[in-house]
Design a protein around this ligand. Structure first.
Ligand code: AMP
Ligand code: ZN
Length: 472
């Protein structure tokens, strides 16, 4: 078996992966703030985490994963107040659209999706432990983490403590902190804000404490892998480590993986630039979810991914090469020839694919192996397919697709708009089959094929020299 290597942000190096418990991996991934519909940048990170999960299973591990939903924080509270609804009503459609997007992009459901609002008791318990151990203090009606008490603070990000600025989600000037670098664990409620009772009065948890409390609940005090986008590394993950390790006196996670950001046309995504796309925006433009997943999967997770419409078109073309080969394969008659060479080619592909994934999830390399195999199989089809060849090729591709999840299954969202669900080769073959049916005067069969083509938006014209077709 290939030994899996992962780039650990903690220590910033490639490390051989060893799970804490043989055969079982516990994985925590920071989830969405359900404040708005998620964008394709978020989805880049979620697709990366899906590829990681699928890769771990590909290598034979059982995975237990938790992804939190941040359903209470300042922006949510402000927006719900403005809309004059409670935060649950405000976040509900965003939670629903998040799960819809996961389904559309074939991101597998994980074992646990804990919500912050449903785990306030666990957060209060952890804050109490931090207070008892001297890592936290009360000021005004808030509780803060005392960074100065944690000698290891900064271990993940390598941040120079003197440079630490107040966290984005904490307005330090609003509170009476001992030290501007300290971050909030519990915020006292202001008039009209949603609040939970606590030993420090009514209030709500800070953002970082939710991941510490919920990862412990679902995965234990120490687990294997913790993931997020690079923007999570500091201060969020640094603060999670500070909270959990100070409260539990043991490491939080052994491997920390961070995906680089997605940009659009070379720019950071932002609402003001009008380049902040949701999955729905792209599907509305007639793009296929399948090409979007392919594009998000095709760039190594530690490289920035610059999203462009040209790259999506290239993704479409790449997928069509796979489709065309599979179509040829399905219609090729097997001949009585030696199956050895094709079997060995399939074995080489399986090996190259697994080796690429084991190398810190090199999905670009894994896709490269797929295309080399597609080319090789096309060569076999030209020369003659041996007995069992079709099954062998399908088995190898299907196994690869357990990780990639990009093969044409006929039911991808948006696929109809971007090609009628039929590739040119498939249409050629159907048109030829229809001509043959007409030649043998099997008009019922010819009509059936014509209907199938017309459902896919293909128009067939019968000309004296033969039948021609075009997409309608
Ligand atoms: P948020 O809802 O902002 O907490 O983000 C949810 C996840 O998406 C986190 O893991 C972020 O790091 C990640 N994320 C946010 N913006 C981007 C982006 N432009 N590219 C890739 N990942 C992102
Ligand atoms: Zn988190």
């Amino acid at each position: 078996m290939n030994s899996l290597k992962l780039f650990n942000s903690l220590g910033r190096c490639l490390q051989e992966f060893e799970p804490l418990e043989p055969g079982h991996i516990r994985l925590y991934t920071c989830g969405p703030t359900v404040y708005d519909r998620i964008h394709i940048g978020n989805l880049r990170t979620f697709v990366f985490e899906d590829l990681l999960r699928r890769t771990l299973r590909f290598f034979g591990y059982r995975v237990t994963q938790a992804m939190n939903l941040t359903d209470v924080e300042d922006k949510i509270i402000a927006a719900a107040l403005e809309a004059d609804v409670d935060i649950g009503t405000f976040t509900a459609p965003h939670v629903a659209s998040f799960f819809d997007d996961l389904t559309t992009l074939r991101i597998e459901r994980v074992e646990h999706y804990p919500r912050a609002t449903e785990h306030v008791a666990e957060m209060i318990a952890m804050i109490e432990r931090l207070l008892t151990a001297g890592y936290a203090y009360c000021a005004d009606d808030c509780v803060f983490f005392r960074i100065g008490a944690d000698e290891d603070y900064g271990r993940l990000s390598g941040i120079d403590l003197d440079q630490v600025r107040r966290g984005e989600r904490v307005r330090s000037d609003e509170y009476d902190k001992e030290d501007a670098r300290d971050f909030v664990l519990w915020k006292g409620a202001k008039e009209g804000e949603p609040a939970w009772p606590s030993p420090w009065g009514p209030g709500r948890p800070g953002w970082h404490i939710e991941c510490s409390a919920m990862s412990q609940k679902y995965l234990g005090k120490t687990f294997d892998i913790h993931c997020g986008g690079v923007d999570n590394l500091f201060p969020h993950h640094e603060n999670e480590i500070a909270q959990s390790e100070s409260a539990n006196c043991c490491p939080l996670a052994r491997y920390w993986l961070h995906s680089e950001h997605l940009t659009v046309d070379g720019e950071k995504m932002s609402k003001s630039l009008g380049n902040c796309y949701t999955l729905g925006d792209l599907l509305d433009r007639g793009l296929s979810a399948r090409s979007i997943r392919y594009l998000l999967a095709s760039v190594h997770y530690r490289q920035q991914l610059d999203f462009t419409f040209d790259k999506l078109a290239a993704a479409d073309r790449a997928l069509k090469r796979i489709d065309d080969m599979r179509f040829r394969l399905a219609h090729e008659v097997e001949k009585e020839i030696d199956p050895g060479p094709l079997d060995r080619a399939a074995g080489r592909f399986e090996n190259a694919f697994a080796t690429a994934l084991a190398d810190d999830l090199n999905t670009a390399g894994a896709l490269g192996a797929v295309f080399t195999f597609v080319h090789t199989v096309n060569g076999f089809i030209d020369q003659g397919l041996p007995p069992g060849g079709r099954t062998r090729v399908h088995a190898a591709l299907d196994r690869a697709d357990q990780v990639l999840a990009v093969l044409d299954t006929g039911d991808w969202a948006g696929a109809a708009e971007s090609g009628g669900g039929l590739s040119d080769v498939e249409i050629d073959a159907l048109v030829a089959a229809r001509s043959e049916a007409r030649a043998t005067r099997d008009f019922a069969a010819a009509d059936r094929i014509r209907d199938q083509l017309s459902e896919a938006g293909v128009v067939v014209e019968d000309a004296p020299g033969g039948s021609r077709w075009k997409r309608g």
